[in-house]
Write a protein that binds this ligand. Structure first.
Ligand SMILES: C[S@@+](CC[C@H](N)C(=O)[O-])C[C@H]1O[C@@H](n2cnc3c(N)ncnc32)[C@H](O)[C@@H]1O
Length: 220
């Protein structure tokens, strides 16, 4: 089957910038206490549920995967970009990183206790987000948790020639209420949402939604 154009464009963009992105963002969480607090809360509910490992979907260079691992969460990363996956494996050789797309994961139904989508659904067009969230629902075990982070707003940010590379890509901003509605339609119950003001290099408010596949749900 032919791959949708937005996936090839996204992969090429991140393959091209992988090394610079990894260097730039490796320590990003150190200056973001609220983000760390949310990840700590996510780690705790996932550990308590004991429903399986977490997949960090769109893990990029793996620094957030490694952060969750340090919090005692069984976790592995998945990314569309082979160069991002190689970078993550080089930096964190003891952790597992796989190449793949969150639109069709190579994972059985109900395999995961948690899904983290940390700024990784932001290149999927709105009309394909229901497919992504249906896939999250499929791979989560009943009682499993989802944490999604994205830039809040309406207008996409167009990023051209990052670090001087001849590539460009749209970073799609979303309204938290709209994303919460789509998660609900996919059978994922939203129980927490946070929107924070821009900090440091942020160009928009940042949104975070925590959702859960109900414990009594069927596995897929
Ligand atoms: C902005 S980066 C975020 C990386 C990392 N989560 C972080 O916070 O630094 C977006 C990442 O999502 C990945 N990505 C985008 N669409 C994807 C998809 N459909 N499946 C898997 N990974 C995807 C990209 O390759 C890229 O590494």
């Amino acid at each position: 089957m032919t791959e949708p154009g937005f996936l090839s464009t996204t992969r090429t963009f991140y393959d091209t910038i992988a090394t610079d992105y990894a260097d730039h963002f490796r320590d990003a969480l150190e200056t973001r206490p609220l983000d760390r607090a949310l990840l700590a809360g996510f780690a705790e509910v996932v550990r308590d549920a004991g429903a399986g490992p977490v997949a960090d979907l769109g893990c990029g260079p793996g620094h957030v995967t490694a952060h969750l691992h340090a919090l005692g969460v069984p976790v592995f990363g998945v990314d569309l970009s082979s160069q991002m996956v190689e970078s993550a494996r080089r930096t964190y050789p003891d952790l597992r990183f796989d190449e793949g797309s969150m639109l069709s994961l190579d994972l059985p139904d109900g395999a995961l206790g948690g899904v983290l989508a940390w700024y990784s659904t932001i290149h999927t067009p709105m009309d394909r987000l229901p497919d992504v969230f249906a896939e999250f629902h499929r791979v989560l075990a009943p009682g499993g948790h989802l944490l999604v982070a994205f830039q809040s707003g309406d207008e996409p940010l167009h990023l051209a020639r990052p670090w001087g590379h001849e590539v460009s890509l749209d970073f799609l901003r979303r309204r938290p209420d709209h994303i919460a509605g789509l998660l609900g339609q996919a059978g994922l119950a939203v129980h927490a949402r946070l929107e924070r003001e821009p900090e440091g290099v942020d160009t928009a408010p940042q949104a975070f939604l925590l959702a859960r596949k109900p414990a009594g749900a069927t596995r897929s």
